[in-house]
Design a protein around this ligand. Structure first.
Ligand SMILES: [Zn+2]
Length: 382
């Protein structure tokens, strides 16, 4: 049994009283939260810095790990997607496997204990079955033509069953509004709600998405040309993408990812839904060289993801936090820490297991330090 005390202990929601001591067993289970005067002082391990629950990465694409350093920066989203499509057949399977294992290990070493991970195929399943990290896999479905919604949905369910049969957690998720029909989004949202599972969609990541829905010339046309997709039948609804599909969102845990071009009116439109806004600021810098207007979002409903190594230099949630804090003083450090612990766990529906320091749970434990205005990861305690 270990008795752990630090300058500050963050519970996942707020800071615990100054003389709190965490009692943790050899397997990392939290046994108790005691106060220092109740204990023999000689048995207490003391740390400089902040103890926090293990981090939860709300948005990642493990299967894109082999694209590290392969995609040029600041091309805009259509250019980025085109580059991924062009290069995707270039890598041997072993190289891809090794890249996923290294990314998985790297996240664990960076204090991440759970991940919401997007999968287009089954490439990442093997890494996930042998990982120390808990993965919630979003089986991602794409198909803009409503005629194909049923068949794509059925295939998605087959793939999800394959994932479940491996003992892995998961649900279905549409890719984005510009690539997935409203009919398919509606089916997926209903399915996830029925299963009490989280839902995820890439939302308003690029100004091109807004142009696409407003019927203006946009960068996705080049991508669809390259893919030989005829979308001449698509009639732009002349409204923002979120207003177009937002009415179809599940009532339960809808993760909207990126939100780089979301405005107040979009937020108001989905106010009655249980939306959790997921930011991936390092990827926004990498792809679009811009960031969301953080000032319009409420801290209660935000979480953070790293996106993939195709669009980021690392999979490190403190890098993401530090970038947000550098660019905006809208959120406090405490709110940002909550975003990568309790809020992200809630978004993935795993808050009973992760994201909080509660007796009987094994949420992982990280030691951090504040240096100047930045949070620095020191080490994993358990
Ligand atoms: Zn993504």
């Amino acid at each position: 049994m270990r008795f752990l005390k630090a300058e500050r202990i963050f519970s996942g929601i707020d800071y615990l009283p100054a003389d709190t001591v965490l009692v943790v067993d050899d397997e990392g289970f939290i046994k108790d939260l005691l106060l220092e005067p109740e204990l023999d002082k000689s048995q207490i391990e003391r740390f400089e810095g902040i103890l926090s629950p293990g981090f939860v990465n709300a948005h990642c694409h493990l299967e894109l790990s082999h694209f590290k350093d392969k995609i040029p920066q600041k091309t805009g989203l259509p250019g980025f997607a085109l580059e991924v499509v062009k290069q995707r057949g270039n890598f041997p399977a072993e190289f891809m496997e090794d890249a996923m294992s290294a990314a998985d290990r790297g996240m664990w070493e960076n204090g991440i204990v759970a991940v919401g991970d997007i999968s287009n195929g089954s490439d990442s399943f093997k890494t996930k079955t042998s990982s120390k990290i808990h993965y919630h896999t979003f089986i991602e479905l794409i198909g803009l033509n409503p005629k194909n919604a049923d068949s794509i949905f059925e295939k998605g369910k087959e793939q999800l069953k394959m994932l479940w049969d491996l003992g892995l957690a998961g649900s279905l998720a549409p890719h984005a509004a510009y690539s997935t029909s409203k009919e398919l989004i509606h089916k997926i949202a209903g399915f996830d709600q029925h299963n009490k599972s989280p839902f995820s969609i890439h939302n308003q990541e690029s100004p091109e998405e807004a142009k696409f829905f407003m019927g203006e010339p946009n960068g996705f046309m080049k991508l669809y040309d390259f893919l030989n997709l005829d979308i001449s039948w698509f009639k732009a609804p002349e409204m923002s993408s979120l207003k177009y599909y937002g009415g179809n969102l599940s009532e339960k845990n809808a993760l909207l990812v990126h939100n780089t071009f979301t405005n107040q009116s979009d937020i108001n439109f989905v106010k009655h839904k249980n939306v959790i806004w997921c930011f991936c600021p390092c990827a926004n810098k990498y792809i679009e060289n811009t960031l969301p207007d953080f000032s319009i979002f409420e801290a209660e409903n935000i979480c953070i993801g790293t996106d993939s190594l195709a669009s980021n230099l690392g999979l490190d949630l403190l890098e993401e936090i530090n970038l947000i804090a550098e660019e905006s003083n809208h959120f406090s450090m405490q709110q940002l820490l909550k975003a990568v612990t309790y809020n992200a766990a809630r978004a993935l529906g795993i808050e009973e297991k992760f994201g909080q320091l509660l007796p009987g749970k094994r949420p992982g434990l990280n030691l951090l330090k504040k240096e100047d205005t930045k949070l620095k990861f020191i080490k994993k305690i358990c």
